[in-house]
Write a protein that binds this ligand. Structure first.
Ligand SMILES: Nc1ncnc2c1ncn2[C@@H]1O[C@H](COP(=O)(O)OP(=O)(O)OP(=O)(O)O)[C@@H](O)[C@H]1O
Length: 794
């Protein structure tokens, strides 16, 4: 079992008649290689010091046929790949030791074919046997030569996606740690023959260089991959498996010195050495449990093999070695590397993928199912006419309409039946508000010239045109004012005025106004303190602190300077009713508005209570029904089985029936109690609703009075002069009337009431006493009327 959790290693000796039995021996179990050597064997210096090594591997392939090698090393891996595991088989070793022979084999001799053609044959045999799976096989083949990747199948004419042999391939890592070679052509193989064609095509493209040790030595790392995509034909889900079998023929591992190479060959050897050194470093790091960083990216080889060595991948290495005494040093070096490989842990696992298209179909089915479930629940709960479909254009338009009505206070409720509608309500709120903002901006634009405050050229042009601006670029007044010219003029009472600072434009009789918000601010058009001055270009406003200030006809919208292009124009009409109403609620009508809100929140909380109670009553009702049915069942059973009667002739019931009766009694009690409570709260709600209605009416009425009093002439037209604060001594007729009522007209009851209010501090008690007094007063009035009528008839 320990073998399953690490990389497997097999040592394959290249057949030779000069096998050094003196130096190399195997243990009987066929897994241990013992090497005995004298130090400096190669230097031919007489040295009697013996060195012994012992290498335990997973298997020794000595004089083994290609058949045996495949069965021992690759057969299971191929099957694992078809099951969904990624698998990698590497051939590592000295140049000429038989790596290519092992992986590809002798192409001219069928008997000597290597692991790749055999794996291809087994894959297609197995696919035929697996009729319950739809399996798709694809082939890719690339080499890494001098740290550059080349697609060995890019030359195929049918390869649409493929590019040229020397086109750039790049390594891309997926979020799940998988690696893919971007630009590498993938070729669908429908049968063994097609797959073999790809192998031979790639073989002819391999970079081959003559070499001192091996005339046909491959100087590149070659990776042949069989990609398997398999999906069950019996299961209807979107799941599928994507796995791959990498067969890697590494370049020779010998040291540069030994090959005697120079020039290009030397450079090749340098790259090969570098990549194999990094492969070794990566292998050491992978074997170290405490290492967090694995240097995969150091070379193309390790980066491309990142998801193919150890980890979730079944990994096997064949260490190709020579048996001759002259190659002992390299053999030892190769076997040392092999032992390091054996320390790499593996935890093979299948990674399942989901076909996005099928997944969408599955989810659609699930949505259908959930909708049906919802419908059923709604039917059971007596909620009808609820649709969960996407909202239609007309429904959206309807929500938009409701939102507008709500904003105009024409309605207090918006009909919402599901989450989708609720979201749409919010969206429409946003749309309407954005629209309103835009509308306000547009209105400003139609009335003012909008300049970008940071546009210095435009500001200079304005100044040249005689339009006064201060040092901050704010408009200082009207063109009329500018036309008057002359020295600076300071407004005596403006809190914003900067005394002593000279206006750049000079000559403006007006002064700098604060940049006011784009929307008419509450109070801007309020009746208080806005003085009419049609002949002037400025509007004098009385500030809340009593100071006077000058308000200009310019505003700023989002940092833009607004310059009134009509110069003298200023508001000559009352503020729109909605704006005025907002102000009224904050000022004159604040008390009644506060009471209205209190009543509303009271009403709201009562509604919540009713909602909860209704739920409780319904739940109790259900429980009563259930208990009643259970009791009836129980009683029927008793009748059928025959009743027990005690000595007194009373029917004897069992414990369960007794419990049911008690439970039913308690439930009925709860039901009655809750129902009574529900009725009470409902009547409270009725009362609260009336209060809210009354308050609303009163608020509106008072506002109407106030509005017409403040802005309208008697004939109902807007009174521009009424923008001003009522001039001292000029009072509204109604106020005059009230003011004329002598104090002595306060009747005795009023006096008493005021006395009470001063004596009784408690607000609640005052309210109570007032109410009592009002009722009493009404009765007295009624009596008086009743007495007066007969007298009139007379
Ligand atoms: N097990 C074997 N049986 C028969 N011939 C073999 C065996 N192993 C290797 N050979 C022969 O040895 C020669 C070199 O083998 P091969 O090309 O496979 O070596 P290599 O390790 O791939 O070399 P390089 O690192 O240069 O690619 C070839 O002619 C091959 O046929």
């Amino acid at each position: 079992s320990s073998n399953k959790k690490r990389v497997k290693v097999y040592a394959r000796f290249r057949p030779t008649s000069k096998f050094s039995h003196d130096n190399i021996s195997f243990d009987k179990d066929g897994k241990v290689i013992n090497i005995h050597a004298r130090k400096n064997v190669s230097s031919e210096v007489v040295n009697n010091q013996l060195l012994n090594w012992s290498f335990r591997v997973d298997g020794i392939l000595h004089n083994a046929s290609q058949d045996q090698v495949y069965d021992t090393v690759a057969s299971d891996m191929t099957l694992n790949t078809l099951e969904g595991f990624n698998s990698t088989l590497l051939a590592y070793g000295q140049t000429g030791a038989g790596k290519t022979f092992t992986i590809t084999g002798a192409t001219e001799n069928y008997k000597h074919r290597g692991l790749i053609p055999r794996a291809i044959a087994q894959v297609f045999r197995s696919v035929e046997e697996r009729s319950d799976h739809a399996v798709q096989i694809q082939i890719s083949y690339f080499e890494i030569y001098n740290e550059t990747m080349f697609d060995l199948l890019s030359t195929l004419p049918e390869s649409e996606t493929a590019s040229t042999y020397d086109s750039k391939l790049t390594i891309v890592e997926g979020e799940d740690g998988s690696v893919c070679i971007k630009g590498l052509s993938m070729h669908q193989a429908n049968n063994e023959g097609e797959a073999l064609n790809y192998l031979f095509e790639g073989e002819t493209n391999r970079a081959i260089a003559s070499h001192a040790l091996n005339k046909n030595s491959s100087r590149s790392h070659c990776i042949f991959t069989i990609h398997v995509r398999s999906k069950s034909r019996t299961e209807s889900n979107a799941k599928y498996i994507h796995s791959k079998l990498n067969l890697v023929d590494l370049a020779g591992s010998e040291r540069i010195g030994k090959t005697g190479s120079d020039g290009l060959i030397k450079r090749e050897a340098m790259y090969i050495n570098k990549s194999l050194t990094f492969l070794e470093q990566t292998v050491i790091a992978l074997a170290d449990k405490n290492r967090e960083h694995i240097p995969f990216r150091q070379t193309k080889l390790t980066h491309a093999l990142k998801d193919s060595i150890g980890g979730k991948c079944f990994t096997t290495m064949i260490a190709n070695v020579y048996g001759e005494a002259s190659q002992l040093e390299e053999t030892v070096s190769t076997l040392r590397f092999a032992l390091r490989m054996m320390r790499i842990p593996v935890q093979p696992a299948i990674t399942e993928h989901y076909d996005p298209w099928l997944l969408v179909q599955e989810m659609e089915k699930e949505i259908m199912h959930l909708k049906q479930e919802l419908e059923m629940n709604n039917t059971l709960a007596n909620r009808s006419q609820i649709s969960y479909d996407m909202l239609s254009e007309s429904q959206i338009a309807d929500i938009n309409k409701q939102v507008r009505m709500y904003l105009q206070r024409k309605t207090t409720e918006i009909d919402v039946r599901n989450l989708r509608q609720m979201n749409m309500v919010f969206e429409q709120f946003r749309n309407v508000i954005t629209e309103m903002e835009q509308d306000i901006k547009d209105r400003f634009r139609s009335k003012f010239v909008l300049l970008d405050k940071s546009d210095s050229e435009a500001l200079i042009a304005l100044q040249k045109a005689g339009i006064p601006l201060d040092e901050d670029g704010n408009y200082l007044g009207s063109t009329q004012a500018a036309a008057h010219g002359g020295g600076k003029q300071k407004h005596p009472t403006s809190p914003k005025r900067r005394s002593g600072k000279k206006s750049r434009a000079g000559g403006s009789p007006t002064h700098r106004a604060p940049i006011s918000p784009s929307l008419p601010a509450p109070g801007d058009h309020g009746p208080k303190g806005i003085k009419s001055g049609a002949a002037h270009s400025q509007v004098v406003t009385a500030q809340t602190d009593g100071a006077e200030s000058t308000k200009k006809d310019e505003c700023s919208v989002s940092g833009e300077l607004l310059v009134d292009d009509r110069s003298h124009s200023r508001p000559s009409t009352p503020p729109p009713r909605p704006v005025a109403f907002e102000n009224f609620k904050k000022e004159q009508g604040c008390e009644i508005y506060r009471i209205l809100n209190e009543n509303k929140s009271h009403l709201q909380s009562k509604k919540q209570i009713v909602h909860n109670l209704a739920h409780a009553v319904n739940a109790t009702k259900h429980m009563i029904d259930g208990t009643r049915m259970a009791l009836e069942r129980k009683q029927n059973e008793r009748y059928e089985q025959g009743e027990f009667v005690n000595e007194e002739g009373e029917t004897v019931i069992d414990e369960e029936e007794f419990q049911l009766i008690t439970q039913l009694k308690n439930l009925k009690q709860t039901y009655r109690h809750d129902y009574e409570e529900l009725r009470n709260v409902k009547s409270e709600i009725d009362y609260c609703q009336k209060l809210v209605k009354q308050c609303t009416q009163r608020l509106v009425l008072e506002f109407d009075n106030w509005y017409s009093e403040s802005y309208m002439q008697k004939n109902g037209e807007a009174n521009p002069l009424s923008w001003s604060v009522p001039k001292p001594g000029v009072q509204h007729p109604m106020r005059l009337q009230l003011a004329n009522i002598p104090l002595s007209s306060e009747d005795e009851q009023d006096k008493f009431q005021r006395l009470q209010e001063t004596m009784l501090g408690d607000q609640e008690e005052i309210a109570f006493q007032n109410a009592r007094m009002r009722v009493h007063r009404r009765k007295v009035n009624e009596q008086a009327m009743n007495q007066a009528q007969p007298a009139r008839r007379l």
